[in-house]
Every structure is written in C-alpha cells, then in structure tokens.
Design a protein around this ligand. Structure first.
Ligand SMILES: [Zn+2]
Length: 501
C-alpha cells in the first residue's frame, strides 16, 4: 500500500460510489448498491490505508503541501471507515426514502419525497398541518430510529480511531474551530433577533394570513414559496436565461458537454436537488425536480455553481484536491451563483421582474435570507450538541425543537431531531460558504464591476483562479488569498439590513 495507490484506486472507488448515489437519487435505480463497491475496494478502505494516511499526516511538517494533501486523505479515510461499516444501513435508509408513502387521512397518499413540494404548494394551513402530522408520525416510527442509530454508530466508529473525540477529530481534519463558529452563530442570532421579530409578522400575515404564534415548520415551506412572484420566474425561461448569463460572463454553461442537465420529472427522483460529479472534471450531473417559481431559479443557480466548479477543475490536479478537501469551497461557488437572486442588476436583466415589483422582491428575498441564516446558525449549535456527547440522546429531540423554534419562530417537531441533521457538520461548511461567497462577490465587483456576471473577462478568471484549483484551499485560506479578509457574518448582516431596509 502506498499513497499513490490510495490516490489511484481511491479515484476509481469515488467514481463508482458517486455513480450509485447519482442513479438512486435521480430515480433511475431504487436503491444504490453500495456494499459491492465497498467490498471491491476493501484494500483502500481498511485499517492499513487509514494508518498510511494517519502516518503521512503526522509526519508532514505543519503548513507544508504534504500536510495539506495528507489532511485531505486522512479526512476521507475517517469518513470511509464509517461509511463502509454503515453501507448496509445507508442502503436501507435510501430505499426507504425512495419508496415510503405518507397516509394523510383515509383518502390521500403522498410519496414521502413529494411532501416538501406538496407543503410548499398547499394553500390551506389546515391541510398543511394534516400532511405534516401524518409525515411526522411516519418519520417517528420508521426513519428517525434508523437515523439515530446511524449517528450513534458513526460517533463510536470515529472515536475508536484514536484521533480524539468526534468534535476534536472534525476540527483537526477540517481546520475549522466549531466552537468558535458556534459562538459566532450565537452572536448572529442575538444581533438579528429584533430584526427577525419585526419583519416576520408582516410576511406571515400578508402571505399566509397567519399570526407568527400559529406557524409551524410546514408553513415555512408555503411562506417561502412566495407565489406572488411566479410570473416573474417562468419555468420555461429558467434554463435558457441562466445559461445565457453564464455565456455572457465567458463560460460555456455545459462545459463542452461535461455537464448534463437532468431537470425533468421522474418518479423516485429526490425533491432536494443535487449535483453529482461522477468523473471529475469529465462527467457531472445537475439533477433537480422543479416545483415552480423563484425557488427553482435559486436552486438551479446553486447547483450550476457546483457543476461548473467540478467541470472546470484542472484535470491534472491531484485526486485529493479534485475529490476531497473543504466542501465550503464548492458550496461557496454554489452560493455565489444562487446569491444573484439578491442582485438587482442580475434580476432586472435575466428575470421578468420589473422596476415596479423588484423592490418588493428584494425585501422578500432579504426576509428569506435572514430566515435561512438563522436556521443554519441554530442547526450548527444543535448539531454540536448532538455530536458533542454531553447531552443524552433521549433529550436531543427536545433540545432540537427548542433551538430551531427559538431561531425561526416556526414550531418544529421532535420527529426531525435526527432527520433534519447535516451529517459530519455539513452545516458548518454551508455557514462558511455563505461567508466566503460574500467576499468572492466583493472581489469580483472590485475586478470586474457590479455586473461582473456579464463581463466576458470574469468567467475565465473565475475558472482559472477559483474553479481550476478544485478544493486545495480551506475556505478561510481562499478568503485571505483573494480578498485579504477573514470569514465573518459581517457582510451577510449588512446585506440583510440593506435588503430589508
Ligand atoms: Zn450545495
């Protein structure tokens, strides 16, 4: 076993496992066949390969390129240790999600996957709450126990590796201080409390005809569906308009055929959009199931940011920088694209919004941004408790409800305490990506002006200075390199204040 073999065989393994996930989540296969892939590649997923990566990491001098590379490989080996041992469980869970049916009353059956779409489009609060209650009952009985067991086992597997407890291991391999980030999240929640309390009643009354005290999480989906702007975001124009914008900034939106768009309806397709890089940079899928309206545009922009990142990576970049590393980087590019939905110039040029409804739309999108930031801050604080080990598993559902309800004002249910969790602190990747995209945008404005997104010189720079590098850098290193600044919530807070002002 050698590091070169780990890279070479690791890439084949990642391609095969990604293809299984892509086929299952896009509805082309009922359940991914993960276990045969793990069995085939057992040699690079076992104790020996983990030890090799650990020794390389320990032996490399701090701040060296070897250390950077070994950190990415070791992080991947740690994740592989649990995903290999939990493969059977993951297959069951994915199959469940693809086939489960929610019984709403006697007469109505919904695919579990379609619940989010139904809730967003259901206009009657009573009907939404009935769907939510039926879904929560099913989740509590079937999915929640599977997920809880998975988190418990994952924590045990990681802690047995001897790198520290779960949180310490994550911090060591991600270069992120979760404790500092969670403190910043608490600060952001405090700083925006008054703003949130002021703005929520206005929206809940006007859009849903409900008082904030009546709201549950089911109403959030309908509230953010923001139907009044549908005519400005026609489904038929979405792909064409956004592809035009990408061309205008000097990038081929399909990357010479390396990106495949899968945006049609298909039974079993997940409602949550995703981008799957099956071969990097040569075979990238953008998969989504449109619901209608502005949310689709935002989702498409987000996933296209990922797709372009994967498809424009330098092909000769080492395996670990194309496939592994800090996902705050790829999420940062996805958010750089989806935040064009907050950019008046972009909206005026590529959507059907007019001078009369643009200000109202910006205010709505500012409200939505504040909600999602507060939700993710609360999630990270909660997930630190989930993985931290100080709170008993039995108490976590109550902690979850308390944290998420306090931050968002929507009443959350206990059913989701182990379901609405981004595994392996992915919420931290999102939060840092949110902070990073604000700095990338500032840099692009400095270099290419406020309408950088239609400057034909901006795209080539993004491809070479950002996308081409894969995920070699950590998010805070990239912020330092391109903007000379530290990641923080400051620019996000100012943007929200401006939009709601
Ligand atoms: Zn993403």
């Amino acid at each position: 076993m050698s590091l070169d073999r780990l890279r070479r065989d690791g890439e084949v393994f990642m391609e095969e496992i990604s293809r299984e996930y892509y086929l299952a989540y896009s509805g082309q296969k009922q359940s991914p066949e993960l276990q045969p892939v793990y069995a085939k590649h057992a040699a690079i997923l076992g104790d020996e390969s983990f030890e090799l990566a650990r020794e390389a990491f320990v032996a490399a001098p701090e701040n060296s390129e070897e250390r950077r590379s070994a950190r990415a490989l070791l992080d991947w080996q740690v994740e592989s240790q649990s995903s290999r041992q939990l493969a059977a469980q993951d297959e069951r869970e994915i199959e469940w999600e693809g086939t489960a049916v929610v019984n709403v009353g006697d007469a109505r059956q919904l695919q579990y996957q379609a619940v989010a779409i139904e809730l967003a489009n259901e206009r009657d609060a009573g009907a939404r709450h009935a769907i939510e209650a039926a879904r929560d009952k099913l989740v509590t009985a079937e999915l929640a126990p599977l997920r809880r067991e998975r988190f418990q086992r994952e924590r045990d597997i990681v802690e047995k590796l001897g790198l520290g407890d779960y949180v310490e291991t994550f911090e060591l391999l991600s270069g992120v201080s979760l404790v500092d980030l969670a403190a910043a999240c608490q600060g952001f929640l405090r700083d925006t409390d008054d703003m949130w309390r002021e703005v929520l009643p206005e929206f809940s009354r006007r859009v849903l005809g409900m008082a904030p005290s009546e709201l549950t999480r089911a109403d959030a989906a309908a509230l953010f569906r923001a139907r009044s702007f549908d005519a400005s975001f026609p489904a038929a124009r979405m792909e064409e308009s956004i592809r035009r914008q990408v061309r205008e900034m000097g990038i081929d939106p399909l990357a010479g055929g390396r990106i495949v768009l899968d945006t049609g309806e298909r039974e079993g397709k997940r409602s949550r959009a995703f981008c799957s890089s099956v071969r990097v940079p040569d075979e990238v899928y953008l998969v989504m199931r449109p619901h209608g309206g502005q949310t689709d545009w935002m989702t498409f922009l987000h996933e296209l940011g990922h797709a372009l990142h994967f498809a424009y990576m330098q092909p000769d970049l080492a395996f670990e920088y194309r496939w592994l590393g800090d996902n705050s980087i790829t999420e940062g590019y996805a958010m750089l694209f989806d935040h064009r939905m907050q950019d008046s110039g972009w909206l005026a040029r590529y959507t059907e919004l007019s001078a009369t409804n643009l200000p109202a739309f910006i205010r709505t999108i500012g409200f939505e941004e504040l909600h999602f930031l507060r939700r993710y801050c609360a999630k990270l604080v909660y997930e630190l408790e989930l993985y931290g080990g100080a709170t008993r598993w039995e108490s976590l559902p109550d902690v979850y409800v308390e944290r998420l309800t306090a931050a968002t004002s929507f009443r959350y249910g206990r059913a989701d305490a182990f379901v609405d969790v981004d595994p392996r602190f992915y919420a931290a990747r999102y939060l840092r990506a949110w902070q990073l995209q604000a700095l990338i945008n500032e840099t692009l404005v400095d270099r290419y002006d406020v309408d950088w997104w239609r400057n034909p010189r901006a795209g080539p720079w993004i491809c070479s200075a950002l996308f081409g590098e894969g995920q070699r850098e950590l998010a805070h290193e990239q912020a330092e390199r391109i903007a000379g600044k530290e990641l923080s919530f400051g620019p996000l807070l100012r943007a929200v204040e401006r939009m709601l002002g």
